[in-house]
Design a protein. Structure first.
Ligand code: COA
Length: 386
């Protein structure tokens, strides 16, 4: 297998982007990534596009071909493939691109993610997102994503004594980071009181415990490491990749507070990279709800079960802490255009490792991403290093 590096990145701002179409969101991110790598479209060999539900959100299917066409690549007839694994679609698109380059099947490959969620009302969005869980056993019984994660939060608080304030601390920290990120959907700092007094969504989760509904796109370009310096002075190596699945229904899990797929995907990524947890300088984790960030930190093995709330309270996961988590603002404050989130996580870690994260820069040489589909039925982790 060949070694792989990221040679270019691009990301739109995240938010309610009424002025931009689904296809133009992708074109903007793709053009930024090409410009960053100093490439022209003709040099692209292949493309993987993470997208969860364009059919429900903008009534558009056949996204791989559409994106290739509107990126101006249709006449080159490059392979362009839509990748779908719910909210892990972006991370999985990146893994497909890395695999294509590592195997020698292609040299210059785009991994992108795009979602336009705000053209429909919240009810339609929430229902489309519920398709990432088990429609027959969860969705039809009325379980929404906030509802499913609320069950995790309730069980977790009962078993581990997590306080309402500690849970709110995740959102406070991520809004603080998001306020420093020019691409973030929410750029305002909040307090614990903001979270605790916001409207109840699914007990105990309140509005500020939830990631929002978001439009956005991100793209990264990968190449063989041995060719990377043809395109950039700062190639970032893909050190390890791990993917795992689990039962699609939450009620079939061994333990609803532990995402086994996170444990396995993380372990696979660490093993592939030959890296210890103590070497990780920063992580972007899938904080679709505040409780999800705490579970991720624990299930990736950075602390014992039940301890992540205390770490957050003590500032360990803050930008200036020993283990900064979600420097971008995470899904909570940066926003969560579901198919694009996994690529945005890669974008953030690359930006950090290049030393280009002005205002939220962390010193470090190795970063990690953790992208979840559903309540943990698919998890994709990557480790990246200078
Ligand atoms: N955090 C903070 N503020 C939020 C927010 C969030 N998650 N979502 C919306 N807001 C703000 C809006 O900016 C708006 O503020 P304004 O009145 O000052 O303009 C206000 O709250 C109302 O926004 P609206 O879009 O009407 O919210 P909503 O009630 O329709 O939707 C949720 C709120 C929580 C239901 C929705 O964001 C949601 O479903 N989130 C979860 C998404 C999800 O499940 N993703 C997949 C996870 S795996």
């Amino acid at each position: 297998m060949r070694k792989v590096a990221v040679i270019g990145v691009g990301c739109t701002s995240f938010g309610e982007k009424w002025e931009t179409s689904f296809r133009n969101l992708f074109v903007e991110a793709g053009a930024l990534a090409l410009e960053d790598a100093g490439l022209s479209g003709e040099q692209i060999d292949e493309m993987f596009v993470g997208n969860m539900s364009a059919g429900r959100f903008v009534e558009q299917e056949h996204v791989g071909a559409l994106i290739a066409d509107y990126a101006g690549l249709a006449t080159n007839h490059i392979p362009s493939t839509r990748v779908e694994a719910a909210c892990a679609s972006g991370g999985l698109a990146f893994r497909q691109a890395v695999t294509a380059v590592a195997s020698g099947m292609a040299d210059i490959v785009v991994a992108a993610g795009v979602e336009k969620m705000t053209d429909v009302g919240t009810g339609v969005s929430v229902d489309a997102l519920a398709g990432a869980a088990d429609r027959e056993w969860e969705g039809f019984a009325g379980a929404t994503f906030p509802g499913l994660y609320a069950m995790i939060a309730t069980d977790y608080m009962h078993r581990y004594g997590l306080t309402r304030e500690q849970l709110a601390g995740v959102a406070v920290k991520n809004h603080r980071n998001g306020a420093k990120n020019p691409r973030a959907q929410f750029r305002s700092e909040i307090t614990v009181d903001t979270v605790i007094n916001s409207s109840l969504v699914a007990d105990p989760l309140r509005l500020f415990d939830c990631s929002p509904i978001t439009d956005g796109a991100a793209a990264v370009i990968v190449a063989p490491l041995e060719r990377a310096r043809e395109f950039t002075d700062t190639p970032i190596r893909v050190l390890g990749s791990g993917q795992a699945t689990d039962t699609i229904s939450l009620h079939d899990r061994r333990d609803i507070c532990t995402l086994d797929a996170t444990m396995v995907a993380g372990e696979r990524a660490f093993h592939a990279a030959g890296v210890e947890r103590t070497q990780i300088d920063m992580i972007e984790v899938h904080d679709c709800f505040t409780i999800a960030e705490l579970c991720a930190i624990e299930d990736l093995g950075f602390c014992a079960k039940g301890q992540a709330g205390i770490l957050t309270e003590e500032g360990v996961t803050a930008l200036d802490g020993d283990l900064p988590v979600n420097p971008s603002g995470g899904l909570k404050a940066c926003g969560h255009p579901v198919g694009a989130t996994g690529i945005k996580q890669i974008y953030e870690i690359i930006t950090q490792l290049r030393g280009e994260a002005t205002g939220r820069q962390i010193d470090g040489e190795i970063g990690m991403t953790h992208n979840v589909g559903g309540t943990g039925a698919t998890v994709v982790c990557h480790i990246l290093g200078v």
